[in-house]
Design a protein around this ligand. Structure first.
Ligand SMILES: Cc1cc2nc3c(=O)[nH]c(=O)nc-3n(C[C@H](O)[C@H](O)[C@H](O)COP(=O)(O)O)c2cc1C
Length: 361
């Protein structure tokens, strides 16, 4: 019955422009129209990563709930964690519409939103009303017209320190001109010095150390990956999120939409982002937490991210195609995998296929 409801809802939403459909889905979550459908808790899926206890390894990636409107409703869908943002200090409108495109045949999305968001204060007020124990991360960025981008990230850390369970410094959106340049060795070292010093200062005051993750692009060269790994380890970063959307248009069926500029996500990103994940795992060693993102659509693809070396997994685009039951379905599927392979923890498969993925071109 729920499946029938879901397929009707999807058909209805797909008649709308993608951004209007997104707005409607947020409204549905706000009003409780979308049913809560979490899978039963399974201790084999619980993970402690960067000092945080996650009920399961499946999270919602940044960009869906940019303004922290529905984080607790999203957790009720069965996600083990959710990430709000990207938020910037000042509100900003983003790029002109249309700026989100569905590539239905490819089960993909292209977006060039450009960090449209209501700014720090709007998100902060909403997060203050949430349960402090809810596993909500805050993804921070810089305003397009900022004179000092690093200062914008530092402001993000200081503003959200009391309400974020973790931070993500997003330096990999392709839709803010020049942002990805922060991934270069020297710029990244300057960014991480400032961001982690602000975190350490807030941690002293609050008596709680909130982990900071760095979200990187899938379009890095081997040297680019070397630089990020070296700087991340030297600065004792808490983890990496691999990856953001890609500029590549390889292998797409929908050639008409493929011409739209912006970042591509969804199924066609799976392979590319999993290769970069494994290559980063090889570079940083077994201990640095990595969250694998890109094209996750099922329990099998989520498990493959873990086999490639991920501690946790996030998804966004495939939920556009599969609907709100997807996180619960994936979590149940991971429990079934633990049964089939007689695992005491899903982390037992972590890294078992890092070499395979890292050796792919
Ligand atoms: C419409 C849309 C908006 C996004 N906005 C953000 C964002 O604000 N910040 C961010 O770090 N990533 C953003 N992303 C990237 C996702 O978090 C994720 O890294 C990427 O889409 C790959 O995962 P997926 O294939 O499961 O979607 C966005 C993705 C989409 C599709």
């Amino acid at each position: 019955m729920i499946d029938v409801f879901q397929s009707l809802a999807r058909r209805g939403l797909f008649l709308l422009d993608p951004e209007a459909a997104h707005g409607l889905s947020i409204k549905g979550l706000k009003t409780g129209l979308v049913p809560a459908c979490a899978a039963p808790a399974d201790p084999r899926l619980a993970q402690t990563v960067a000092g945080l206890a996650f009920a399961n390894p499946i999270g919602l990636a940044a960009g869906y709930d940019k303004n922290a409107e529905v984080p607790e409703a999203l957790l009720r869908l069965g996600f083990g964690f959710t990430e709000i943002g990207t938020v910037t200090p000042k509100p900003q409108a983003g790029n002109d519409k249309p700026r989100i495109f569905r590539l239905v045949e490819d089960e993909a999305v292209i977006n060039r939103l450009g960090f449209n968001n209501e700014g720090h204060q709007a998100a902060l007020q909403r997060l203050k009303a949430c349960d402090r124990k809810a596993m909500i991360g805050v993804n921070i960025g810089a305003n397009k017209d900022s004179a000092d981008r690093i200062a914008d990230y530092v402001t993000g850390i200081r503003t959200f320190y009391g309400v974020a369970r973790y931070f993500t410094a997003n330096i990999s959106s392709p839709n803010t001109p020049g942002l990805r340049d922060l991934q270069a060795r020297e710029s990244l070292a300057a960014l991480l010095s400032a961001v982690l010093a602000a975190r350490d200062d807030e941690a002293r005051k609050a008596g709680i150390r909130v982990p900071v993750f760095l979200k990187i692009a899938p379009d890095l060269t081997e040297e680019g990956m070397d630089d990020i790994a070296a700087v991340a380890l030297a600065h004792h970063l808490d983890g990496l999120i691999v990856s953001n959307t890609t500029l590549s248009r390889d292998g797409l069926r929908d050639q008409r939409q493929a011409k739209e500029s912006g970042g591509l996500s969804g199924k066609p990103l799976f392979e590319k982002s999993t290769i970069v994940l494994a290559k980063m795992r090889k570079r940083v060693g077994p201990n640095l937490p990595i969250i694998g993102v890109g094209g996750v659509s099922s329990a099998e693809t989520a498990a493959e991210k873990i086999r490639a070396g991920a501690n946790l997994v996030q998804l966004y685009s495939c939920m556009v195609y599969e609907g709100p039951l997807l996180p619960g379905k994936i979590v149940r599927g991971l429990s079934a995998l633990c049964d089939r392979e007689a695992l005491t923890s899903i982390s037992d498969i972590r890294g078992s296929r890092t070499d395979y993925w890292a050796s792919k071109a």
